[in-house]
Design a protein around this ligand. Structure first.
Ligand code: HEM
Length: 206
């Protein structure tokens, strides 16, 4: 689960970097070039399959673990743990479910268009012409709000996920844990804020 999660965390960095090109102010030219480059690269096709497998593995194992934990302790602890780690870790399944619902909506908005399951919209000229679709989507305040709220939950999910992955790989050490937690928090903030800027920009500034 941690390996799949770590892969997804790397994907988010590359997806964020590509999507930030939407803000270049050139009508989507740089973004289109990046999409063209990705489409032309056969390795990316394989990475896409690995990505979906990664999501599937991560979600299935996450749900199995949650069910197992609940079965092992159907009655909660009499005294609630107060540590920060336990607060975030206890809500991983909830933030995970919200991210999963977001993902279904998100795939419907863009990926399903690319594979021809949903018609193009927003004045797009082809299934790969994402810029007009992004503008059309984020001009809708309800869609933008759903995206930003989802990114906030994603940030909380990642904050715990980052340090948890180190623990799962056995790379945690008392001495380095504060640094790992700090880097995890910075990573989570960059991802949540970085993605949120995009709908906010198109809703208010474009
Ligand atoms: C404002 C933020 C975002 C924008 C504008 C955006 C935009 C896009 C676009 C245009 C595509 C289709 C590209 C293609 O299929 O070649 C796509 C695909 C995808 N997005 Fe996003 N995305 C955002 C945030 C996210 C987040 C936060 C996640 C994960 C939690 C995510 C996961 C995916 C996945 C799994 C795909 C399909 C795989 C792929 O085609 O690479 N996206 N996104």
């Amino acid at each position: 689960m941690a390996a799949a999660g770590a892969f997804l965390m790397l994907f988010l960095v590359s997806h964020l970097a590509t999507n930030l090109l939407l803000l270049a102010g050139d009508g989507g030219k740089s973004f289109d070039k990046a999409v063209e480059f990705l489409l032309a690269n056969p390795v990316i096709k394989i990475v896409e399959y690995v990505l979906f497998a990664g999501f599937l593995i991560h979600i299935v194992i996450g749900v199995i673990l949650e069910v197992h934990n609940r079965r092992s302790r159907p009655v909660g602890y009499a005294v609630a743990l107060k540590s920060e780690t336990s607060t975030f870790s206890r809500f991983m399944i909830h933030s995970g479910i919200i991210i999963f619902i977001f993902l279904l909506l998100h795939l419907y908005h863009f990926f399903f268009v690319k594979i021809g399951l949903v018609d193009i919209y927003g004045g797009a000229e082809s299934v790969h012409d994402f810029f007009p679709m992004v503008v059309y989507m984020f001009k809708n305040p309800v869609v933008s709000a759903i995206y930003v709220v989802s990114f906030i939950f994603l940030g909380f999910h990642l904050k715990h996920a980052f340090q948890s992955a180190f623990q799962s790989f056995g790379l945690n050490h008392d001495k380095y844990m504060p640094a790992i937690k700090f880097v995890g928090t910075v990573y989570a903030i960059i991802v949540a804020v970085g993605f949120s800027i995009i709908p906010i920009y198109f809703l208010f500034l474009y």
